[in-house]
Design a protein around this ligand. Structure first.
Ligand SMILES: Cc1cc2nc3c(=O)[nH]c(=O)nc-3n(C[C@H](O)[C@H](O)[C@H](O)COP(=O)(O)O)c2cc1C
Length: 144
């Protein structure tokens, strides 16, 4: 079955660390919804930014992306890649979660600060970032 995947970065509107619990609420909700509709992926939070990679049935992905785009817990949603795929990268994770820690922030920064005109470099950064998310997910073994 053909799947769709989306990768984006966004600016967080969450007042961190005071309202850190909002991130937990978001992850808990997302895990249970994603499981229900066959979406898998990963979310990183770095005190100031979110980055999320999701993959799943095109209809479910497009409905979720519409909700995410108008969610006021973040802003400036910068969609880096929309792709079709047959194999899942995060098949064991409804939503692996990383953050906030220095490594996540350091790894994400080049993607946030990239030259928007340089498509080839953006692609390379996106591949590296997805690989980082996958390694993070595998290392924490939070199969959810
Ligand atoms: C950064 C970010 C990532 C999100 N990721 C997901 C997700 O993977 N799955 C999900 O169901 N909701 C996710 N949400 C929440 C949705 O935007 C939305 O609030 C949720 O689907 C409930 O929508 P509804 O009340 O309109 O049904 C995310 C929100 C933000 C801010």
């Amino acid at each position: 079955m053909e799947l769709q995947s989306v990768l984006y970065v966004s600016r967080s509107n969450i007042d961190f660390p005071k309202k850190a619990y909002l991130v937990g609420d978001l992850v808990r909700w997302s895990v249970s919804w994603n499981r229900r509709v066959g979406i898998t992926g990963a979310l990183a939070f770095t005190e100031t930014h979110f980055s999320q990679y999701i993959e799943g049935p095109p209809q479910a992905i497009s409905e979720l992306v519409s909700k995410i785009l108008c969610d006021d817990r973040h802003c400036n949603v910068d969609v880096i890649r929309i792709a079709t795929t047959v194999d899942r990268t995060f098949q064991d994770w409804s939503l692996a979660f990383s953050g906030p820690d220095v490594f996540t922030g350091d790894y994400l920064r080049p993607l946030i600060e990239r030259d928007l005109e340089d498509k080839a470099f953006t692609d390379q950064l996106a591949d590296n970032w997805i690989r980082f998310l996958k390694e993070m997910a595998a290392a924490t073994q939070t199969h959810i």
